[in-house]
Design a protein around this ligand. Structure first.
Ligand SMILES: [Zn+2]
Length: 489
């Protein structure tokens, strides 16, 4: 989306639509600059409309000012104004602009909007025009947005928002790819496109994965002819500086393996790569924003298929960290590939912290629904900082407990651990417990289960900026975290 900042007088601006936000019971100051019949009409409309969140009125100016139309957009109660209200409303506005077929529009930023609200205008506008149209012949036109505002940093804010959007859109675009067009090799090829002076990409292929005894990744991947990969994206690595590690599960298609899933909604299992796509989106934004941090994105990627060479329920696998794991269910594969990625990264990079994203458990939807991601952490500072970022970015997360009782629930009778806990009992936490066994040096670690939030599902709340399909949930959260959290090296 083309977005341009201008410092023009709105009433001298030649535009299809001059758009103003308006709160409940607001008496807009700019009205004094409009006279005669148009002023009377506007006053009447303002008085007779409630201005709830997203309520839109379009007024033709009939040549009484230079702009063709004035569009008023409700923001609801000013006291309850959140950045998400602005993001959602800005999105509704651009959808209306597309609906009436305008190719450009102008948004006036209210004087009292702070940086976060201005950023939300840009996020809402651009993310709401997102449409996965790679496989469509008719593509919807995206209008150009002009922004008029008073904040002297407005250009910097727009630029920052655009670079965050770029990561979200990248994550969505890859996550929405159908499984026949996105195998583990495709994930690797896409990762390579991010390479630049500061960002290096290393890819471990099947033979190396086998040689390194990354048996969790190897076992899950061996049922498919599309071979597994382990991807590393190293950004700004420096000697004597511990990097942050972000890991994302990328099962490009999850049939469940020998523990085959039922066919209902099986097509949605292309979204089992969303964790890895979020990592790609984060790395793209980090690199475009040139953040002054060291960070490594790690993506274990496999296709989980049933076949003659698949791993089986009953198998016992020696994980990379040496733990023996009994396989109870081959559909609980995410924790196996993540566990290896966690242990390997912890050993190789001695990181500052590890945060992983995964569409890991259906149990997370049972517990929290489809608008809040579950998370566990072994470190309260990390948990607090993630919660603060969730609050600012409106990507909601909720911390779940993880204590020895849960760790004991996945102990196996015949091996060290098993890959599922007791049926119907804290499935999200026992999955996290499996991952917790992979941390050996007390590295601060958080695991975010995005099974409910990674793509839109029937119970997903309606937000203009989330189009159908992948949401890119986690990119805005993590970029906020990486910008605002002082990383103690
Ligand atoms: Zn699975």
């Amino acid at each position: 989306m083309k977005i341009t900042e201008q410092v023009e007088d709105p009433f001298r601006k030649q535009t299809n639509a001059l758009c103003y936000f308006i709160n409940i019971n607001e008496n807009p100051k700019w009205l004094v600059n409009i006279h005669g019949r148009l002023a009377e009409t506007l006053k009447q409309i303002i008085k007779n409309t409630e201005w709830n969140e997203g309520e839109i009125r379009i007024i033709n100016t009939h040549g009484l000012i230079i702009a063709d139309r004035i569009i008023l957009v409700g923001l609801g109660n000013k006291k309850k104004l959140k950045s998400d209200t602005v993001r959602n409303t800005s999105g509704k506005l651009v959808k209306e602009i597309q609906h009436i077929g305008l190719n450009e529009y102008t948004v006036i930023i209210p004087e009292d909007f702070n940086e976060i609200l201005i950023q939300s205008v840009v996020e809402g506008a651009e993310l709401s025009t997102y449409n996965f149209n790679k496989y469509k012949t008719n593509k919807k036109k995206i209008p150009e947005l002009f922004i008029l505002g008073h904040n002297k940093n407005i250009n910097t804010i727009i630029d920052k928002a655009k670079k965050i959007n770029s990561g979200v859109i990248f994550a969505r675009d890859i996550a929405n790819l159908p499984p026949n067009d996105c195998t583990p090799s495709t994930m690797a090829k896409i990762s390579e496109t991010l390479t630049n002076d500061k960002l290096k990409c290393r890819i471990l292929s099947k033979n190396y994965i086998k040689k390194q005894n990354l048996n969790g990744i190897m076992s899950v991947g061996m049922g498919s002819k599309n071979e597994p990969k382990l991807i590393f994206l190293e950004y700004n690595l420096k000697k004597n500086r511990k990097p942050i590690i972000i890991i994302g599960k990328a099962v490009t298609f999850d049939t469940g393996g020998i523990s085959l899933k039922p066919s209902e909604k099986l097509d949605e299992m292309k979204f089992d790569k969303c964790g890895g796509c979020v990592v790609l989106g984060i790395m793209k934004s980090v690199s475009e924003l040139e953040l002054p941090i060291s960070i490594v994105g790690v993506i274990p990627t496999v296709e989980n298929m049933p076949g003659g060479s698949s791993y089986r329920p009953g198998d016992i696998i020696k994980m990379y960290n040496g733990k023996m794991a009994e396989i109870i269910n081959t559909d609980a594969e995410g924790r196996l590939i993540l566990s290896d990625a966690i242990s390997y990264s912890e050993k190789k990079y001695s990181p500052n912290s590890i945060i992983d994203f995964a569409t890991l458990t259906g149990a997370c939807i049972v517990a929290l629904g489809t608008n809040v991601a579950g998370f566990v952490a072994n470190d309260s500072y990390l948990a607090t900082k993630l919660n603060e970022s969730a609050e600012r970015s409106d990507e909601d997360i909720w911390r779940l407990p993880l204590n020895d009782d849960y760790m004991n629930m996945i102990k196996s009778d015949i091996a060290d651990i098993k890959n599922t806990g007791p049926k119907g009992s804290a499935g999200t936490i026992t999955a996290a417990a499996f991952l917790a066994y992979s941390i050996s040096n007390n590295t601060p670690w958080a695991h975010v289960d995005i099974a409910g939030t990674a793509w839109t599902q029937p119970s997903t709340k309606c937000r203009s900026y989330n189009s159908k399909g992948a949401t890119g949930f986690g990119v805005r959260l993590m970029i906020d975290y990486l910008i605002n959290t002082e990383v103690k090296n």
